[in-house]
Design a protein around this ligand. Structure first.
Ligand SMILES: Cc1cc2nc3c(=O)[nH]c(=O)nc-3n(C[C@H](O)[C@H](O)[C@H](O)COP(=O)(O)OP(=O)(O)OC[C@H]3O[C@@H](n4cnc5c(N)ncnc54)[C@H](O)[C@@H]3O)c2cc1C
Length: 456
């Protein structure tokens, strides 16, 4: 590819802004009409409801923490009631729910009602309950020009058997997708770039789910334990020709995750595969240093396929802020959204400039961030196939279709899991989506396109 020789300082700011507005405008025009999605309006009302009351939001946040430990609908409803009781002036539907949750029958009914509501919402965010059931959905995406990465839900692993179970589920998902996907139609945009073929089967893995021992104060133990489960997964992915992507979680596990992945991938047995990737979080103030470390590794790596770096802003912003304040630590995340967005744009250029040592995936639902990536990639002389855009199922569906219609490679992150495991994921996405500063909330409020596309 030609882009690497261009000095990023030579990107003309005015021209970049002009391209961003142009590309942003094209993307916005390619969004499918929301009138065709009547269920979306319903979900939007649920989102408004959740964001209208700070205490309700706080209760939902705590609900996220306890949900993975719930074993039944009754259990789920009891926790929901306990937490909602802390909301001082509960809105009428919640007050009614709390009254019925005082009896076992009532709790079961509440649990079932919550489950029905969640099922409807879950359908939007979760592709299926098992990898086998997900195959039809993944194929439907592929047929409309969209690649996928499957995420097996079930983030809280507190015992060794739970970690084994998670590893087995990832392994099964790899096997099932790699077996089914060769029958999918040819989609050149999705399956090759200048560096070579891109696997159809792609699974995203959380290290915290691969070991119960991941602790900031004893990183070595957690790393060793997780490595024991990650190695067989990498081996299997290599045999199947599949891609394994390692998600990034909260800051307390970052060092362990990064070291584990960078060490394992250069073990002799993994030099020829599998295709693999990791995540860089732009909301962290020290992310430019992390980028430098990852890029240095990639440039000197003896591996045959380039590491894919997925650039995100970061999903644990509230957690990092609260944790730092509780301990009196300096906050590791930017506290001004525009600073985070500017850093994201700068890191985007830096990653694009580092091709072909890395494959670049820009994961965002923010039209400005995405348009910046496409514009900068082109101005650096890159081909569109050397940039991947990624979205989350349920949050980025319109953007996904718009990107695919413009011929870009887009990959949708598809959570797979049962209802209880899906709850934590759902509520987290709901809260993220209802934050005032979220791009999607701004877009939903009807902010004009030129404001949405303005430089941060
Ligand atoms: C395919 C895909 C995979 C992902 N994988 C991961 C992953 O592995 N790990 C992970 O952590 N996240 C992951 N994310 C989530 C991602 O980090 C973001 O939370 C999410 O995409 C929202 O960012 P945005 O650019 O879409 O929207 P925007 O609305 O532009 O940005 C919202 C983000 O900005 C940041 N932010 C919000 N308020 C402030 C503030 N006051 N000051 C500074 N920053 C602020 C937060 O990070 C927030 O999530 C993934 C996202 C996608 C699309």
């Amino acid at each position: 590819m030609t882009g690497v020789s261009v000095d990023p300082a030579s990107i003309d700011r005015d021209e970049l802004e002009r391209h961003i507005r142009e590309i942003g405008g094209e993307l916005a025009a390619a969004f499918p009409s929301s009138a065709r999605h009547p269920m979306r309006a319903l979900d939007a009302r649920a989102m408004d409801f959740a964001s209208s009351d700070q205490q309700l939001k706080a209760a939902l946040f705590r609900f996220v923490d306890v949900t993975p430990a719930c074993r039944s609908l009754d259990d789920l409803a009891r926790h929901l009631r306990d937490l909602l009781e802390e909301v001082p002036e509960a809105p009428p539907p919640i007050a009614a729910a709390m009254r019925i949750a005082h009896t076992r029958a009532g709790r079961t009914a509440l649990g079932a009602a919550a489950a029905a509501g969640v099922k409807h919402m879950a359908h939007r965010f979760i592709v299926a309950e098992s990898p086998a059931e997900a195959l039809a959905g993944l194929r439907a995406l592929w047929d409309r020009g969209v690649a996928s990465s499957v995420d097996l839900l079930g983030e809280a692993t507190v015992t060794e058997p739970e970690a084994d179970h998670y590893a087995n589920r990832c392994d099964e998902a790899l096997e099932q997708i790699a077996t089914a996907s060769p029958r999918w139609a040819s989609r050149p945009t999705l399956e090759a770039d200048s560096s070579g073929p891109i696997p159809r089967a792609n699974v995203s893995v959380k290290i915290s789910a691969l070991t119960p021992l991941l602790r900031a104060d004893a990183p070595e133990r957690g790393r060793r334990d997780a490595a024991g489960r990650l190695r067989p997964l990498l081996r299997h992915a290599r045999e199947l020709g599949a891609h394994v992507h390692i998600d990034m979680e909260s800051l307390d596990s970052r060092e362990a995750v990064l070291e584990l992945v960078l060490e394992l991938l250069i073990e002799p047995e993994f030099l020829e595969g599998p295709s693999a990737g990791l995540v860089l979080q732009a909301y962290l103030r020290d992310s430019p240093d992390q980028a430098a470390r990852i890029l240095e590794w990639a440039r000197t790596s003896p591996r045959s396929s380039p590491l894919q770096v997925r650039l995100v802003k970061g999903a644990y912003w509230d957690h990092e802020l609260v944790q730092a304040r509780q301990h009196g630590w300096p906050t590791p995340v930017f506290e001004v959204k525009a600073e985070c967005d500017r850093n994201f744009e700068e890191l985007t250029v830096r990653l694009l400039q580092s091709r072909p040592a890395v494959r670049v995936a820009i994961a965002s639902h923010n039209l400005r961030s995405v348009a910046n990536a496409i514009a900068a990639s082109r101005m650096l002389g890159g081909e569109d196939r050397d940039l991947e855009l990624q979205v989350l199922r349920g949050l980025g569906d319109e953007l996904q279709d718009a990107l695919a219609s413009l011929g870009m490679r887009v990959r949708t992150y598809c959570p797979v899991g049962d209802l209880v495991a899906g709850m934590a994921y759902l509520v987290r996405r709901l809260l993220e989506n209802t934050s005032n500063e979220s791009f999607l909330s701004e877009q939903a409020r009807g902010t004009p396109l030129e404001v949405l596309l303005a430089a941060p």
